[in-house]
Design a protein around this ligand. Structure first.
Ligand code: ZN
Length: 287
């Protein structure tokens, strides 16, 4: 059942998926954040978190779990894209980072017919009912490197530009839907405790991963635990970040380009670095 919320101003009710009150048009919270902030979701996540902590205590790995928890407070949202896409974004403030659904709706991209894309559409419709065209995806990262399967450039998002409109999800949401065998009839009543608001992303990370942490787990392996690069995008292991709304190059804090293609000249790369620098984004090349 779609939840309704009360407008803080006019006190009328409206669908929690709306970004504005339809009666007085005042802006509301971001619908993905509101969904994660729901009492039932928070309580379920708290239960998972407490269970993970007591399980760690019984295995005498609670100190290690605490160290991991402290590290994840520094995690950032990272989008991985191709160098071509980065170049386009760096061109001007008018270049927006579009979502898959926007590109399809605008006729700029043909919806791909493979199974993965069909599942993506169904998943987004279920998780972001009524607002899927506004959601951008990122992965939670501790070393500022994103998922290699999506491109060689890691776009690290500025915390202050996304914290208010970002929520996090247990894993790749398509994989999660398949794993939990979600049926269409259950789409409005999904299992709870698998998403969190940005400020509580640490709880989700501990609930999900503390069982993998031993007392011998070293701090330098935390980033590989949080984000594990897979052979294909289906095998990637990560916490998915959902960000409502537009972004431009100014939304980035830092950009890391890994192994630039050889045909990309140093002149081109330097020009790119200059353009990004002009909007306050530092570019780093890793070979
Ligand atoms: Zn209102």
């Amino acid at each position: 059942m779609q939840k309704t919320i009360e407008c803080e101003f006019c006190h009328n009710h409206f669908s929690s998926a709306s970004e504005r009150c339809p009666h007085c048009a005042r802006p509301g919270l971001f619908p993905n954040v509101r969904a994660a902030d729901d009492d039932d979701e928070r309580n379920a996540l708290n239960r998972r978190y407490q269970e993970a902590i007591s399980d760690a205590a019984s295995r005498k790995t609670d100190q290690a779990a605490k160290d991991f928890e402290a590290a994840v407070t520094r995690s950032q949202a990272v989008i991985a894209r191709s160098l071509n896409e980065l170049q386009r974004l760096a061109t001007s403030d008018n270049e927006l980072y579009a979502t898959y659904h926007q590109l399809v709706d605008a006729g700029l991209r043909l919806p791909s017919g493979d199974q993965w894309n069909t599942l993506r559409v169904l998943t987004d419709e279920t998780l972001f009912s009524g607002y899927k065209q506004h959601i951008r995806f990122a992965a939670l990262s501790l070393d500022r490197i994103g998922l290699h399967n999506y491109g060689e450039c890691s776009l690290v998002l500025r915390d202050d530009m996304i914290a208010h409109r970002a929520s996090v999800f247990e894993e790749n949401s398509v994989v999660w839907m398949a794993k939990h065998q979600i049926k269409i009839s259950e789409a409005t009543d999904l299992p709870k405790g698998y998403r969190a608001v940005w400020s509580e992303r640490v709880k989700l990370a501990v609930a999900k991963l503390s069982e993998k942490i031993q007392s011998t787990t070293r701090a330098d392996s935390y980033s590989g635990l949080l984000l594990e690069q897979g052979a294909t995008s289906e095998d990637d292991q990560f916490i998915e970040v959902h960000i409502w709304g537009q972004m431009t190059a100014r939304t980035f804090e830092h950009v890391i380009v890994e192994q630039p293609q050889q045909q990309m000249s140093s002149v081109t790369l330097n020009a790119l670095r200059e353009k990004l620098g002009a909007v306050g984004v530092k570019m780093e090349i890793k070979s």
